[in-house]
Write a protein that binds this ligand. Structure first.
Ligand SMILES: Cc1ncc(COP(=O)(O)O)c(C=O)c1O
Length: 399
């Protein structure tokens, strides 16, 4: 059977985060009371004012194909959003609307990568970056980070890595970050951008968690460092996370006209347009506000504070305070090195915890960081409390 499949297909691993969620769902359907910290989506409903816009679009029979790159009305709104939130000027032909940020990213990669081009990715990384780079026959080059560097790459590290590469094409930067929650400040972005300019590489800046920052931390787009930096950057964003719209499937990209033009052309042959009702709903999501978006953010912040404090109360667990997104990444290396159950990897540990203590967390190995596990705090306080108890009991039981 394998011989019928392409090398490309065989190289792609299933998404480990979706696997954890699928196992948790399966166990739940079999009657087990599983607490799932694996999910990467808000547990809130899409706000009513956004849903109503989609209902209206249906009633108005706005149900046909649209422009592949997105309806002009929505692209105008996205242009305004970039100006208002990020001080970035674009025209509507520099905007691509896709079925999710994930689709924007693959279409951009298809537009910019030739076989064997190297794409630099800070690690831990969001699972789809490496797979998507491999799907376009590029080479993911990982830039390792850890707790001691606050999970951030430095300009110096980037410069070093670039000096040994033969065909560097782009850096994928994700701030606020999944899985670490790290948020880069203006100065750090400026230094990284300078290295990219010097080496003539593009920046793909995934800013999907832009609206989810805590402790007053401000999000900065690397594209706003200077016009020169904007000219080498493709910013990716979307409505999934900040507006609780994961199932609607709408993301967008902004960047140099030529790149957006070709990415749009590619998209016109893959997915065509995002469904028409969702585009109308996104216009409302990006222009109106009844306070629900910030209420969700505040809930996430409360949960983060509780989760991280409690994790740090567990003996031999260390967890940095994430400044954005809705994930926390405690270091579990002590338990991997000291246990009586032959648990060696974060995947062994997560599989033990879900099967014996009914608590699902994602193994760090899925993000290129074996010494860690990832908790999503897009979960109710009750579940967080109960799940943490199980996590602690599970860890105790392996010593
Ligand atoms: C960093 C990051 N980028 C992009 C996405 C995908 O977003 P979308 O739902 O818009 O495809 C995710 C979803 O988990 C993510 O964590």
């Amino acid at each position: 059977m394998n011989s019928m499949l392409s090398h490309r297909a065989r190289a792609i691993k299933p998404s480990p985060t979706l696997m954890v969620s699928a196992l948790a769902k399966k166990m739940k359907s079999e009657g087990y009371d599983v607490i799932n910290f694996g999910v990467g989506e808000p547990d809130f409903n899409t706000p009513d004012y956004i849903k109503n816009a989609a209902k209206k679009a249906l009633d108005d029979n706005f149900t046909r194909y649209t422009e592949s790159a997105g309806i002009p009305e929505l692209r105008e709104v996205i242009v305004e959003k970039f100006l208002k939130d990020n001080n970035l000027k674009y025209s509507i032909d520099e905007i691509l609307v896709s079925p999710g940020a994930k689709a924007s990213i693959i279409h951009i990669l298809l537009a910019i990568c030739d076989p064997r081009d190297e794409v630099l990715i800070p690690s831990p990384y969001w699972v789809s970056y490496t797979s998507q780079v491999e799907m376009v026959d590029g080479h993911p080059i990982l830039l390792p980070t850890n707790m001691s560097t606050n999970f951030k790459i430095t300009a110096h590290q980037l410069e070093d890595a670039l000096s040994s590469l033969s065909s560097p094409k782009a850096l994928i930067l994700n701030s606020p970050n999944n899985p670490t929650g790290t948020v880069y400040n203006k100065q750090e972005l400026k230094e990284i951008a300078e290295v990219c300019l010097k080496h003539n590489i593009l920046i793909l800046s995934d800013e999907i968690y832009e609206k989810l920052t805590y402790d007053g931390e401000e999000h900065h787009s690397i594209a706003s460092v200077s016009k020169k930096v904007q000219d080498i950057t493709i910013v990716v964003n979307g409505v999934s996370k900040s507006y609780a719209m994961t199932g609607w499937r709408l993301g967008y990209a902004a960047g140099p006209h030529e790149i957006i033009k070709y990415a749009s052309r590619i998209q016109s042959h893959t997915t065509s347009n995002v469904n028409s009702m969702t585009q109308k709903a996104a216009v409302v999501a990006l222009t109106q506000n009844d306070g629900s978006i910030d209420r969700m953010r505040q809930q996430f912040e409360k949960r983060r504070n509780f989760l991280v404090a409690e994790l740090n109360n567990i003996p031999n667990i260390k967890c940095t305070l994430p400044k954005g997104a809705f994930y926390a990444m405690p270091n579990v290396s002590f338990y991997l090195q000291n246990n009586t159950k032959d648990i060696r990897t974060s995947a062994d540990l997560c599989s033990y915890l879900i099967q014996n203590f009914y608590v699902a967390v994602v193994p760090g190995v899925a993000f290129g960081a074996n010494n860690y596990v990832r908790f999503s705090y897009a979960n109710s306080m009750d579940n967080i409390e109960k799940g943490l108890q199980r996590f602690e009991e599970g860890l105790k039981s392996i010593l």
